[in-house]
Design a protein around this ligand. Structure first.
Ligand code: ATP
Ligand code: ZN
Length: 284
């Protein structure tokens, strides 16, 4: 039995979705088919699809799991289960308004025409905000709509905002903060669930590795107590004697977000020759 995963065929999520599989130690056969391929060292079949189609395929059970932006997931509103947030493909779904026009609050959109590819999410948002505007659904190049007189405002994905700026628009409201998520069919068979758990175990090991660094340093023995208090390690730091008498080498694992703070304290406490090494996988 193979687990079937759907990923975006070509677009902003494709490269990182493939990299995630690769970092999980899954190698793909370079098949001739552009639609699907298989892994040769994990029971996994990979389908390459348009991102918009992924939620439906998973709801129907054509694919078991998939990687898709939360924006697409919410817009399509299919019956699938979100398993994990993947930390890439980050963007915002925002309302944008012509730069030169005055904008104070969302109420200013009353009676206007808004172009978007996200009519469901937008309709829900406008309803919550008690704004009555006309939604004009278009499938691509939404940002040019105000410029050509097709709409007064737009609701579209933004990452840096440079596309908006170059089209004479300003971001005025953020409706949703999105990233790529791993989703699954709601009734996976037991064997498939087990395969999914195996994959999740690997994804979590990667994430821990990315959030941690391996650190090596030298310290005089009389400072070891103080240094060990600063370094928590996975259990406790490893201490090895150096050839030079009275000195030791200390090894430990440090969380990325506490990293600089810890380095400063280590230096103050006599640590020398500090080396920091990335960790590839971390199994706790
Ligand atoms: P497809 O051909 O698969 O339908 P697409 O053109 O709809 O592709 P892409 O532009 O490749 O989709 O974007 C895929 C996903 O990447 C988006 O749904 C969103 O979750 C994410 N994303 C991240 N940053 C951005 C951005 N700046 N603009 C658009 N999408 C972004
Ligand atoms: Zn799409």
């Amino acid at each position: 039995m193979k687990l079937k995963i759907a990923i975006q065929k070509s677009g902003r999520l494709s490269e990182e979705s493939l990299r995630l599989l690769k970092d999980c130690g899954i190698s793909l056969n370079n098949g001739i088919s552009k639609l699907k391929t298989e892994a040769y060292n994990f029971p996994l079949e990979i389908f390459f699809l348009r991102d918009d189609d992924i939620p439906q395929y998973i709801e129907d059970g054509v694919a078991d799991i998939g990687i898709v932006g939360e924006n697409v997931l919410l817009e399509k509103n299919k019956q699938v289960k979100t398993i994990d947030r993947l930390g890439f493909g980050k963007c915002r779904l925002s309302l944008a308004f012509p730069k030169e026009k005055n904008y104070k609050s969302v109420k200013d959109l009353n009676g206007l025409k808004i172009a978007t590819s996200y009519s469901n999410i937008l309709a829900k948002y406008l309803k919550q905000q008690k704004v009555k505007a006309e939604i004009h659904e278009i499938s691509g190049s939404v940002e040019i709509a105000p410029g050509i007189g097709l709409a007064d405002a737009i609701c579209d994905l933004v990452s840096t905002g440079s596309t908006l700026l170059s089209n004479g628009l300003k971001e005025v409201e953020v409706i949703l903060r999105s990233e790529a998520v791993l989703v699954a069919n709601k009734d996976l068979a037991k064997e498939k669930k087990e395969l999914l758990d195996k994959l999740l175990f690997r994804i979590k090991a990667l994430r821990s590795a990315n959030n941690n660094k391996y650190i090596l340093l030298n310290a005089p023995n009389k400072k070891l107590d103080a240094i060990c208090k600063i370094l928590p390690g996975m259990k406790s730091p490893t201490i090895l004697p150096l050839a030079e008498k009275g000195w030791s080498s200390v090894h430990s694992v440090v969380e990325e977000n506490k990293f600089w703070e810890i380095i400063e304290k280590l230096k103050l406490n006599g640590a020398q020759g500090i080396l920091v090494v990335p960790i590839e996988k971390m199994i706790i």
